[in-house]
Design a protein around this ligand. Structure first.
Ligand code: HEC
Ligand code: HEC
Length: 357
């Protein structure tokens, strides 16, 4: 029988690992205000320490700030961009979000705009045609956004900023028509986003485009339940001895078309091997086409590759453990990656079950 449960130790290790990655990327430096430190903790890893952009869009550029009202930024932080890389900060307090909004205000050269909520009147069908000719090459078919995460590996080198998804409910619930109109009319200097005059768009074209983009708006945002019941790791007890279990895992890996890479004892690198040390071996394995596909979808998958299964012996019990890919997909918020995580889940559970037969 399968027993899945969270091991606290594993969870702690994972948390510490993610934390150390975040710290090394964001290099917080010295924060002068609460808003700045919240920004450095939660946003800088993707939007850059000075808002210069990275995996996320530049937030300190004048042309972005001229288009972004405080209300827009607040809603964007709260809703995120479901199924894109921008996470939802659904858990953040209202006052912390306000602190971040004020911190972004400190980058402004002119007062924040205030957009009215009037509907722009245009023809969405005509807009669809203009979109196809003038926008789809960057923003993708049906406004689904540029591909990839924004890292060099997953986008063309010429495109320094991944074009956002325009059919996204996070965007559509945050940006009123007047804001979309402004962005399409003005473009954004210092980004690839061209202005209407560069593209030769008429006033009618702009209205039609706004109506077309608005036609994707579903009015209610469907939140996937976050951090639901999925435990952080998969654990299965083995009826065999420690050494037999290690061999069984290797056999099951090869049987599932993976390549066994190497084993590593828990104590490797440390000079602390004694008779009482718990026995523990990590078995690394890989399927190169699977690995390549996962990295192409989202380079963050690299944090959890190559695949590994840990075998331990504790108080006469032999356990096999792996990460739970379904738990990871909840953290990543990327539909395309969910599919690989589901596949990986089937593979891991299959291997653990095989090895205990
Ligand atoms: C050459 C590529 C390119 C083309 C063509 C282009 N865009 Fe963009 N667009 C971008 C990029 C890149 C951004 C992000 C800019 C930034 O960093 O602020 C963007 C941003 C936007 C935004 C803001 C979205 C958000 O999440 O804030 C809207 C709206 C938009 N574009 C609409 C359009 C429309 C409509 C067209 C066609 C008339 C179009 N774009 C053509 C590259 C492009
Ligand atoms: C894991 C990376 C990541 C993190 C963390 C993140 N963002 Fe984003 N953000 C993105 C990406 C990517 C986009 C573009 C959305 C798209 O591709 O459709 C974006 C878009 C945005 C936009 C809309 C930009 C526009 O052109 O209108 C705002 C505003 C924003 N993020 C603010 C924030 C703030 C504030 C935080 C911290 C509280 C934050 N983000 C954290 C990746 C991230």
């Amino acid at each position: 029988m399968k027993t899945f449960k969270i091991t606290f130790k594993f969870y702690l290790q994972l948390t510490l690992f993610i934390y150390s990655v975040l710290v090394s990327f964001s290099q917080p430096g010295f924060a002068e205000s609460k808003g700045e430190s919240l920004y450095l903790e939660n946003c800088a890893i993707c939007h850059g320490t000075d808002g210069q952009g990275g995996m996320g869009i530049p937030l300190s550029l004048d042309d972005f700030l001229k288009s972004a009202s405080e209300d827009y930024i607040k809603k964007t932080i709260r809703l995120g961009r479901p199924n894109r890389i921008m996470p939802s900060f659904y858990w953040m307090s209202e006052s912390d979000i306000n602190e971040i909004v004020s911190y972004l205000d400190s980058w402004r050269k002119s007062p924040a705009p205030k957009w009215d909520s009037k509907t722009v009147k245009g023809d969405p069908l005509a807009g669809k045609l203009v979109y196809k000719n003038k926008c789809a090459s960057c923003h993708g078919e049906d406004g689904r956004g540029g591909k990839g995460s924004g890292l060099h590996f997953s986008r063309s080198i010429g495109m320094i900023i991944t074009p956002p998804a325009l059919n996204n409910q996070g965007l559509l619930n945050s940006a009123p028509d007047a804001m979309l109109h402004y962005i399409i009319n003005n473009g954004r200097k210092d980004t690839p986003m061209p202005s209407a005059s560069t593209l030769g768009l008429s006033k009618t074209d702009i209205n039609d485009l706004v109506s077309y983009i608005r036609s994707f708006h579903l009015k209610s945002i469907i939140h996937k339940p976050l951090y639901s019941e999925e435990p952080a790791s998969l654990i299965q007890e083995s009826p065999y001895s420690f050494d037999e279990t290690v061999e069984n895992v290797k056999r099951a890996i090869t049987g599932s078309n993976f390549v066994h890479i190497r084993d590593q004892a828990l104590t490797s690198g440390f000079d602390i091997e004694t008779k009482d040390s718990p026995r523990q071996t990590i078995i690394y394995f890989c399927n190169f086409s699977f690995l390549y596909d996962a990295l192409k979808i989202d380079p963050r998958a690299g944090m959890f590759l190559p695949c590994r299964i840990t075998v331990t012996e504790q108080q006469d019990k032999v356990l096999m453990m792996s990460i739970n890919p379904k738990h990871l997909s909840q953290l990543f918020n990327n539909d395309a990656l969910d599919e690989s995580c589901d596949q990986m889940y089937e593979l891991y559970s299959g291997i653990l079950e095989d090895a205990s037969l």
